[in-house]
Design a protein around this ligand. Sequence first.
Ligand SMILES: Cc1cc2nc3c(=O)[nH]c(=O)nc-3n(C[C@H](O)[C@H](O)[C@H](O)COP(=O)(O)OP(=O)(O)OC[C@H]3O[C@@H](n4cnc5c(N)ncnc54)[C@H](O)[C@@H]3O)c2cc1C
Length: 400
Amino acid sequence: MDFSLTDKEQKLWERAKKFSLEHISPKASALEKRREFPKEIVQKAYEEGLMNLHIPEEAGGPGLSLLSETFVSEATGYGCAGIATSIMCNNLAFAPLVIGATIEQLKTYVKPLITGKEAKFGAFCLTERKAGSDAAAVATRAERDGDEYVITGTKCFATNGPQAELFTVFASTQPELKHKGLSVFMVPKSKNVKIGHIENKMGQLNSVQSEVIFEGARVPQECLVGKEGEGFKIAMQTLDMTRAGIAAIATGVAQRALDEAAKFANIRQQFGRPIGKFQGIGFKLADMGARTDAARHLTRYAAWLADQGMRNSKESSFAKFFASDAAMKNATQAVQIMGGYGYLEEYPVEKLMRDAKLLQIYEGTNEVQRLVASNAILKESVNLDTGFHVDYEGRDAPKM
Ligand SMILES: Cc1cc2nc3c(=O)[nH]c(=O)nc-3n(C[C@H](O)[C@H](O)[C@H](O)COP(=O)(O)OP(=O)(O)OC[C@H]3O[C@@H](n4cnc5c(N)ncnc54)[C@H](O)[C@@H]3O)c2cc1C
């Protein structure tokens, strides 16, 4: 068991932290007032090589591990969860393609977006107004017409939708088969792909989400990823892969809340001593620290499992719900520790609280994560031997 990072990982972690401290933290609060996509910072992150990390080398990417991705997500999340979401959103948009597309498809559709001078974006289009947690309820249709597919339907909440050049779209090719009729397509921006309503949010204001309307958008047959009917499976594999990234952003938020609260607790004096010296405050800091470390370990373990080619549905769900709950709890505690100042916009922690809330919702709500995890636990328990043999239906109750 070795918790240390390799030289390459350590360098990436240091580089991402430096980037976040220099370019994200100092600007995040002012930028969020504009409620705009943070174009300049994302461009800088792209130039620094902090985007598109999981795209294979053959398709123009650096082909780094998911574990490496968590370093960048945590470091950027520490600076601003909204900017981290804007930077890391390509991971979500392109993950279904890394999973299901051929290298030739990646070279044609993804490589041009990740190898030019300017950062370019994809958007992951699964959610619809009537299909949120229940992804199988997707109503967007893809109908075959000769050598083409015609895509019709409206997606919502698509992160980086207005910026995107390529849309990863989940659409039904056989609606009567429900989730088994779902397929995934790469849909380049065109006149039949329109941006609809821009979502107005509570937090993560440095990221942009929108409706994306496909009005009979035509794509060649080669834009189908995998086979018809594989969309649901690819969506689930994608979320297993990307949940660790959200958990990493959440770990960054949890750490930032702890750091801001601890700094304040050392300086702020009441009753003749720093408030951190009151047990009521000190114990909060201890719990915040333990939650942050636990979140980081769950996150890195979930990513490491995927890097080893091992199934990580349960562990990535653990990481996602634990780390985002930790971020929310730490942010709330940081506001409390900072008293009235915690509630003011001039201080950083009210933003952390607004930003953290979203981490419990997107890429599968924490209720859904607990469903995934509990189903896995129940399945594992069927053949579990605890050494205590009892018929729980009551026929052979043990003699104590
Ligand atoms: C800022 C933001 C960015 C997003 N980015 C993207 C994106 O890029 N691409 C994309 O496709 N989507 C995106 N989403 C959508 C997001 O993934 C969904 O909002 C989320 O999956 C929940 O779906 P819903 O909002 O429809 O809620 P619903 O599914 O309607 O859920 C409502 C409530 O019911 C609970 N619930 C639902 N089913 C169950 C169940 N079986 N058991 C217990 N509780 C349940 C939920 O946990 C939740 O509390 C984004 C959302 C937001 C807010």
